[in-house]
Ligand binder design. Sequence first.
Ligand code: ZN
Length: 314
Amino acid sequence: MLYFALGQRSSGVEQRFRKPLVDSSNLSAGSVILGDGTRMTGLLFGTAGAPRSTWTPSTVGGIERIVELGLGCMEIEFVRGVKMRETAARLVGEVAVRTGVRLSAHAPYYINLNSQDIEKVRASQGRILQAARIAALCHAESVVFHPAFYMGQPPEAVYETVRQHLDEVLSQLERENIRICIRPEVTGKSSQLGTIEELVNLSAGLKGVSPCIDFSHWHARTGKFNSYPEFEAVLLQLRQRLGDEALENMHIHVSGINYGQKGELNHLNLEESDFKYMELLGVLKDYNVKGMLICESPNLEEDALRLQAVYKGL
Ligand SMILES: [Zn+2]
């Protein structure tokens, strides 16, 4: 289900554009320097795109609404294409730094690093790169994307193809001196590359890559992973393969979810779904996981605030 209502339009940006106040190199893993010099640390909660209650439909308006709601982070949705321009992105970066709201970005859906058409692979790489370039100007820390479809091929072969094409993206980012974490996401359908094992392998083998752990997708895909010990097993797998740092700066997606035999069907609000978010939050608290938790429920901030309130009450 597509529910990302708000685009990245921002009127009057040119006139208001100023240089970012703080260089993104000041943003260290798991914390952000606020305008008053204090650091925001721990696990932050936020929305996939601007909250529904945002007054002005723009990324800047979304960030300001995140502050008003008392949330800590937001994912910028480039899911239908990267339409934000550089000047607008710089303004977003300035507002993010001033408010202390941490950002990530979601690259377009139209990505398949396993396409049999090399032109489509190049276009997919281009979409990740463009999302990364603009996200970096926004002071976003991560770019999330769905890597590929299996296209009926053996997963091992697809993995190798995706690894190579992702490596080319990383080389280009390095040439352009863009430092942003590239996060392939746990996908909800069995037709898509994106098991936890595949993402851990990609992350272990490629510098600058870390997984985006979508616990709801994983539950939908497997029909399992919906209890404290199963959520815990995921964290232990990450820690064992990627080191303690993996839990120091996690990027997590959560929503209610509807699923069938082939996995994800559509996102739901938490209260309408069987997803055991209380148990997940318990594990995240017990393991002192830091980073960002992005809520993708259709009601966005309502569930983000619910998750944050439950977490803080633990
Ligand atoms: Zn996604």
